[in-house]
Every structure is written in structure tokens, then in C-alpha cells.
Write a protein that binds this ligand. Structure first.
Ligand SMILES: [Mg+2]
Length: 369
């Protein structure tokens, strides 16, 4: 591939409903898109999943722009790229900044797949024709509101329900959900809201047949999670703690989790995501693909990685219409009976719609070798 230019865009798109984080709530989501164009004029697309403030990880939209502009794009321009799988090694002298790396690497993967006439899923080695997806529901004002939402999304066919929990919104909530939906595939995500001292309380969740509890303890911990897992029969799934295949290996060997949530951006790109998948497949650890409120571009990357055989649990990649009035890809991501068909067209299989992107672009810059 001979790369002629890279364009960074910052988009601001309105969500259908406010998203609540520890920094407050936001309705407008800012994110970066990366377009990598080769000398023949073919473009590949990637999305950064970094948020505007560092509540999920240390990366933000602003830090990603800086790292892409000043470090990653210059590294990309230094030598020709034969295969996108080379990039994670070329980016490795730069510590972390995984979401920035992933955005650029993802665009090159899409470009490579388009140029070689294969779907991105196939280029990654995926064989599934469709994937199963679930839905994630945030903390609600009342249990009645939560039950109403679960009822609606279960009727839409989503294959599992994920409920966010925190101290004061946990045991009673899960108990009520189970009472109303005894058989629904159900899991809880704590986003690091507990400490090991809460083990006795978390153990009460064992009574409700949860598929897993996601990231109960600190965002950077694997030691206390191992101690907690030894006390729980509910499988622990790690999200925030896993940044690489090496992190995954250590967590598995310590017994810190029985399931891993793979987010492409958190682990530095599709190549590292596939590495974690391969390791987990080998060790008998099921994986699934988490969501970061992506636009259609990021959503398409999630769909492609989920086509790999070890993604045996439903992921968080809901329909475009769950988050956006109108997505920036055509067709939009559609969920039918809890399933998404994996596109067969070359590359992402969803076309970016430039005029819709332009409407939401608040900053853009093009770089040339
Ligand atoms: Mg999570």
C-alpha cells in the first residue's frame, strides 16, 4: 500500500439520550475519525473510541489528536505498509495511547481489505455469517423504569441484557429483574464501583444466575479480582483491566477472570484484539466485544472482529438507531432478532456517507508524507 494522505476529523454528534459518567452526563458525543487514502484514491476508515474526558481511561479526544498528529501518522509515513498486521509492532515504541493507535490501524485494515477485495471480517480470519448481540442499560431513576426498558429490548430480540450496577443499586435491582425475567440471559457491569471488602455483598449475586459480573473492582487491578473470583461462583469478566494479550495472559493465569470483554480501542487495534482472542480460544476463555457508543465506523469494526470463532457470547454492538437519529454509514447497522449479518462487501461493508460526516465535522486536518 502506498499511502498518499491521512485525514483526521473531529465529529460532534447528538446521542438520542444523555449518557451518564462519573464526570457528569453528556448528550453530544465528540470523537475522531481517521481516513487513510492510498495513491490510487482508495480510502480506509477508523474511529477513535476515546471520550472527551478521561473517565473510562486516560485517553481523550484531544490527547488522541496530539498522539496521531505528532507521532503515529509520522511513523506510518516512514515506511510502506505491506500488511496492517505490521503496525502494532511499529507503534509499540509509543507507550499505551491504545485508542489513538487503534483508530489509525483500523483505517489501514479497512484500506487493506478493500484493496484486496475481501470483507474486513474475512481479512481478519472470521467465518461467521452473523453475530449475536445484546444490549447495555445504564443506571435508571427507578427499578420500574429499568424493568420497562428490559421488557422493550427483550421484545426487540436482543440476546442478553446487561445492567449497570453500583453500591446502592445492585442486589435489590438484580433480584427484581430476575423475579420479572426468570430466564433472560442477564449480566451486571460494575465499572469498578466496588472494593475487595465488598466481597460478601457481591457474593449475594451468586443467587441470581448471572452470566457474569463485569469489572467489579479497580480499573487497573488483576490481583484483588483473583481473590474475589475465588469466592464467587458467578464468572468475573474483565474489561478496563485488560490492555494487551500479555495482560490477558496474566489475568487468566492468576485466575482473575473467566471471561474477557475485548474492546478494539482499549487494546490498541484489531491485531492485538485478535491476539487476545487467539490466546483466550486456546485457554478456553470465552470473549465478547464491548461497546463505546461508536458511530457506524467503529460499529463496523466491532462487527468484523466479532466474526472470529472465540466470540461466543453476545456483544454490546447494538443497532445504529439505539444511539443515533441518523448514522454516518450506509446502510446503517440493523439488528434483527438479536442478530447482525456480517457484510460480505470488501472492507467494512458499510459505506461512509461524506455529506452526513461533513455536517457533524467541527475540525479536520490532512497530512501528507
Ligand atoms: Mg464494561
Amino acid at each position: 500500500m502506498k499511502i498518499a494522505r491521512v485525514t483526521l476529523r473531529q465529529l460532534r454528534m447528538r446521542l438520542k439520550a444523555p449518557f451518564v459518567t462519573s464526570f457528569g452526563s453528556f448528550l453530544d458525543k465528540d470523537f475522531l475519525l481517521v481516513e487513510v487514502t492510498d495513491t490510487d484514491g482508495t480510502s480506509g476508515w477508523g474511529e477513535s473510541v476515546a471520550f472527551s474526558s478521561p473517565w473510562y481511561s486516560e485517553e481523550t479526544v484531544k490527547t488522541n489528536w496530539h498522539i496521531l498528529e505528532d507521532f503515529l501518522i509520522p511513523i506510518l509515513f516512514k515506511e510502506p505498509v505491506r500488511h496492517p498486521g505490521e503496525l502494532s509492532a511499529r507503534f509499540s515504541p509509543l507507550r499505551r495511547n491504545n485508542m489513538a493507535k487503534s483508530a489509525l490501524e483500523g483505517a489501514v485494515w479497512d484500506l487493506y481489505a478493500r484493496r484486496s477485495g475481501q470483507a474486513l471480517a474475512a481479512a481478519l480470519g472470521g467465518e461467521k455469517a452473523e453475530i449475536e448481540v445484546g444490549i447495555s442499560i445504564g443506571i435508571q431513576p427507578t427499578i420500574t423504569d429499568l424493568l420497562r426498558l428490559i421488557e422493550r429490548h427483550a421484545a426487540e430480540g436482543y440476546r442478553r441484557i446487561k445492567v449497570k450496577i453500583k453500591p446502592g443499586w445492585d442486589i435489590e435491582v438484580i433480584k427484581e429483574v430476575r423475579r420479572h425475567f426468570p430466564d433472560i440471559p442477564l449480566m451486571a457491569d460494575a465499572n469498578s464501583a466496588y472494593r475487595l471488602g465488598d466481597a460478601a455483598r457481591l457474593k449475594e449475586l451468586d443467587a441470581y444466575n448471572l452470566m457474569m459480573i463485569e469489572q467489579p473492582l479497580a480499573f487497573d487491578d488483576i490481583i484483588d479480582h483473583a481473590a474475589l473470583q475465588a469466592q464467587l461462583s458467578t464468572p468475573i469478566c474483565l474489561d478496563e483491566s485488560i490492555h494487551s494479550a500479555e495482560d490477558a495472559r496474566k489475568a487468566i493465569e492468576l485466575g482473575s477472570c473467566k471471561i474477557i470483554n475485548i474492546k478494539i480501542g482499549r487494546v490498541g487495534g484489531l491485531t492485538e484484539a485478535r491476539r487476545i482472542h487467539d490466546l483466550c480460544l486456546d485457554r478456553g476463555i470465552p470473549v465478547w466485544c464491548g461497546g463505546m457508543l461508536e458511530s457506524g465506523i467503529g460499529r463496523a469494526h466491532n462487527i468484523a472482529i466479532t466474526s472470529l470463532p472465540g466470540f461466543t457470547l453476545p456483544g454490546d454492538t447494538a443497532a445504529s438507531s439505539r444511539y443515533w437519529e441518523q448514522d454516518i454509514i450506509d446502510p446503517e447497522v440493523i439488528v434483527e432478532n438479536g442478530r447482525i449479518r456480517i457484510p460480505k462487501k470488501p472492507g467494512l461493508g458499510f459505506e461512509p456517507v461524506r455529506n452526513r460526516m461533513d455536517q457533524h465535522t467541527i475540525r479536520s486536518q490532512t497530512y501528507r508524507p
